[in-house]
Ligand binder design. Sequence first.
Ligand code: MG
Ligand code: MG
Length: 260
Amino acid sequence: MIRIYSAEEIELIRESSLLVGKTLAEVAKHIGVGVKTITLDNVAEEYIHSVGATPGFKGYEGFPYALCISINEVVVHGFPSDYELKEGDIVSIDCGVYKNGFHGDSAYTFAIGEVGEEKRKLMQTTKEALYKGIEQAREGNRVGDISYAVQSYCEAQGYGVVRELVGHGVGAHLHEKPDVPNFGRQGSGKRLRAGMVIAIEPMITMGTHRVRWAKDGWGVFTQDSLPAAHYEHDVVIGKNGADILSSFDEIEKVLAAKAV
Ligand code: MG
Ligand code: MG
């Protein structure tokens, strides 16, 4: 069963999703060369509590932190730590916020200082692929239309599309039906209906799409140790297209102000 959310429920999911963007904007204010990733986790957790919400990830299947912080060859689910960010790193930060009984779940990949052209292009393409997927998130289409849009866009540019981890329904639970893979065939999979809420989240690699797991059981690394990027939005399916519930606007405002 794929849940169809009411207009009132969707507004509550939107509130949680927008809080994820605001949390990541707080993180963006602090991120930079020499900053420990555990510090960013503390910033996020404090902010989430300050707005009367709770971190959606902390305690989820035993995950110990508010943020997943995944650096360079780490695709997703990296643990915050004493590692100090350095010039040229790319850092995928995934965040969940739970408020009023509903989850928001969104991710953004940050560049630390000057990163090389190859990493820039990987980040850019991954973000573009997210929006290619969102374009297909309309009533009457199928999940495979989203999957195909993401996969074909990224593979045409020589990138790898991770298979083992996928997008998902989101709302009352952090992970709901349906799975939303970033690879697949047009016209396949579950039919999309207005009121379904899904997290679309391309995880794209510079080389092989194959991954391995860290000894902690969480961190997911590329097998060839080449970098990966990850962007994620929560969207509600509409009759004429998707309504994006999360937002990168606050994050990108902070980044633009820092770049001056
Ligand atoms: Mg996420
Ligand atoms: Mg997700």
